[in-house]
Write a protein that binds this ligand. Structure first.
Ligand code: FAD
Length: 616
């Protein structure tokens, strides 16, 4: 039995509070409704819900559960209860509180106020600690040493932005170098691509301020644990720069491009206020290396003649956060004998259905409540996976067991072009915050490894990159050029025949062409996709439909390469002073995990450069 006085310390977390749709104000409401109070009373075994003061409860997680097993879909809440507040508002609850005990999985007592991941408080504490240390070690006049280590952060995707933020806050002299354009110009370049087919090789869906995730769905879900302090620190920082607070509570948070663009602008303004120098339209072409240590970078101005406007810049450290589409950077690293290891990733196709169909499959009659993203329940998504044992495979390359799964599902979104040059074609998905388009798209991908790369005769550190490129070039040829995407209905893909002229509409803006997508991949990959699609139909009846259109090709699911680094210092194992971070280095997959990696790398570099003494 708990001591009564302990019950007043910390907080109480109540989980698995299920509120039925008709008793909930809807997906956008994050307060405490009467329906939720009823459930709180039930879990607490308190007889009169109306006695419970709503002010004593805070919603910390809300998600929508529409699994097929459930008779009625519902909202599922996690709520924190403040006992002091509870008694302030309703002193008659004293007797009840004194009897209350934790209940496994439903009512948990958190003895101390849980530390929430607030990056700015952490940075503030680090700076305070360091002021003390520096004053003790200071020179003859007792002042803090004035030398600021010079750091180049290459790439302004989530990894680079968070590394630059941490290093800038901790007093480094940071230059953020980005080959692409700021969001304002990038938006115009993407507009020209979508409307007039003009691709800017350095300013597109992959390159530019905010990195690959700017014109995206902005899903903030991550496999690295949403409740961890580092993930919370990233989410809270995004809120600081303008993201809605709901991302801290939503079970499946997402932003959408329209929210990402202003957020990035405010992130940039903060960095500039910290004296971080930002060089857009500037590409790092080479590293300056002396005696196994990086001494700087060679850059060119990509808006001008890069042969003429090329210069060498000296730095004490270089954070390399270039993402996985910067294939030229991998090649450059090899020229310095930096170790690169081929890494497994996944390839496949992007399937698109009418959103209405996915809503009906997932919600049945409740689909009417979606109302194009403005209704009570969220626009429906799905997550499907199939494990293929490889036992009945025909060739030795096919015998590996592998997974096939949906990836980067974009409800109410559109299919977009993510190639960076016209001879290659690859795609991904994006959406706006409302997710109100009439389409639902998702990649269906199969895991591939070195054995698959060898099957097409690609070997060595960049075999995976060559494999990706080969498939992207095949897709470009199949589409007939001009960024036209090869497509096939899902039924025809299964029956291995070209789709007739009456194709379903696609959200892809640059045109589609009926093609034999079943011939795009090595045959065992096609078979893996076909077998898995048949399985997915069992889970989502209606998934195999004439209205389901497969688009080719999805290749850049994660990095095909890893750049090994020391796990404590984050420095490359090949070159001192080089910090490979984020998705391109093979240490992240997605916006949040890349940001978390950049954040840790920033602290590690700050420590190595003497800006802080403690490990973070
Ligand atoms: P990136 O974001 O790729 O950033 C790298 C930056 O480095 C780029 O801006 C690039 O221009 C710059 N750069 C490259 N080479 C150089 C050089 N030589 N010199 C200077 N600068 C250079 N993830 C999610 O979690 N949720 C989603 O909903 C989601 N949707 C996506 C939709 C699309 C269309 C795409 C393309 C990706 C999506 N992703 C999504 C993946 C996500 O964007 C990436 O995982 C994430 O951006 C990786 O972050 P990063 O900082 O490691 O690299």
């Amino acid at each position: 039995k708990m001591d009564v006085k302990d019950k007043f310390e910390g907080s109480w977390r109540l989980s698995k509070l299920n509120v039925e749709i008709d008793k909930d104000p809807g997906k956008d409401f994050l307060g405490v409704s009467d329906g939720l109070l009823e459930q709180i009373a039930k879990v607490l075994e308190f007889p009169v819900a109306s006695f419970l003061p709503a002010e004593a409860f805070t919603v910390v997680r809300k998600s929508f559960d529409a699994r097929k097993l459930l008779k009625t879909p519902k909202f599922v809440y996690t709520v924190d209860m403040d006992v002091d507040k509870l008694l302030t508002f309703e002193p008659r609850l004293w007797d009840f509180i004194s009897e209350m005990e934790p209940k496994m999985g439903l009512v948990e007592h958190i003895p101390q106020e849980k530390a929430v991941g607030d990056l700015f408080s952490l940075l503030h504490d680090c700076k305070k600690d360091q002021e003390g240390t520096l004053t003790v070690d200071a020179g003859s006049n007792g002042s803090i040493p004035s030398y600021k280590p010079k750091v180049a952060v290459v790439g302004s995707g989530p990894a680079g932005l968070f590394a630059a933020l941490v290093l800038g806050e901790l007093g480094a002299d940071v230059t953020l170098i980005e080959r692409g354009q700021p969001v304002e110009q990038r938006g115009r370049d993407i507009g020209a691509l979508v409307v007039r087919r003009i691709i800017q090789p350095e300013s597109n869906f992959c390159f530019g301020e905010g990195g690959a995730g700017t014109w995206s769905d902005g899903k903030l879900v991550t496999r690295i644990g949403k409740n961890g302090d580092s993930v919370q620190a990233v989410l809270r920082t995004l809120v600081h720069f303008g993201a809605p607070k709901s991302i801290l509570v939503d079970g499946k948070p997402h932003l959408g491009t329209d929210r990402l663009v202003p957020l990035l602008r405010s992130f940039r303004q903060h960095l500039q206020a910290l004296d971080v120098s930002i060089k857009f339209g500037t590409r790092v072409d080479d590293l300056l290396v002396e005696g196994g240590t990086v001494k700087g970078v060679k850059v060119s101005d990509v808006t001008k003649n890069s042969l003429i406007y090329s210069q060498e810049l000296s730095y004490d450290a270089v954070v390399l956060a270039v993402g996985h589409s910067a294939r030229d950077v991998y090649q450059m690293l090899l020229s310095h004998n930096v170790e690169l290891i081929p890494k497994d990733f996944a390839i496949g196709l992007r399937i698109e259905h009418p959103q209405q169909l996915i809503n009906s499959i997932q919600y049945a009659a409740l689909a009417a409540e979606v109302q194009g993203g403005r209704g009570k329940v969220p626009v429906a998504d799905y997550k499907i996976a199939n494990y293929l044992s490889g036992e009945d495979a025909e060739s030795s390359y096919a015998s590996a067991s592998r997974g096939c799964y949906s990836f980067c599902m974009c409800p109410g979104g559109q299919v977009v072009l993510t190639s960076t040059n016209p001879s290659e074609l690859c795609i991904n998905g994006m959406s706006f915050s409302r997710r109100s388009s009439k389409w639902a798209n998702s990649a269906l991908v199969v895991t591939v490894s070195s054995k698959d790369f060898e099957s097409l005769n690609f070997h060595g550190a960049l075999a995976g990159v060559a494999f990706q490129k080969e498939l992207e070039q095949r897709a470009a040829v199949m589409g007939g050029g001009n960024f036209v995407v090869p497509v096939q209905t899902v039924t025809d893909f299964l029956e291995e025949r070209i789709s007739d002229t009456c194709l379903p509409q696609s959200s892809y803006r640059l045109g589609v062409k009926a093609s034999n997508l079943h011939e795009l991949f090595p045959s065992h990959i096609t078979k893996a996709l076909q077998d898995s699609i048949l399985m997915f139909e069992k889970e989502l009846p209606g998934f195999i439909s004439k209205e389901g259109l497969l688009h080719g090709v999805e290749t850049r699911t994660s990095s095909p390469v890893q750049i090994p680094r020391n796990s404590a210092t984050f420095e490359s194992t090949s070159l001192k002073g080089l910090y490979p971070v984020g998705e391109g280095a093979g240490f992240a997959g997605g916006i949040v995990s890349a940001a978390v990696d950049g954040l840790y790398a920033g602290f590690a570099a700050a420590k190595n450069l003497g800006l802080i003494t403690a490990d973070v």
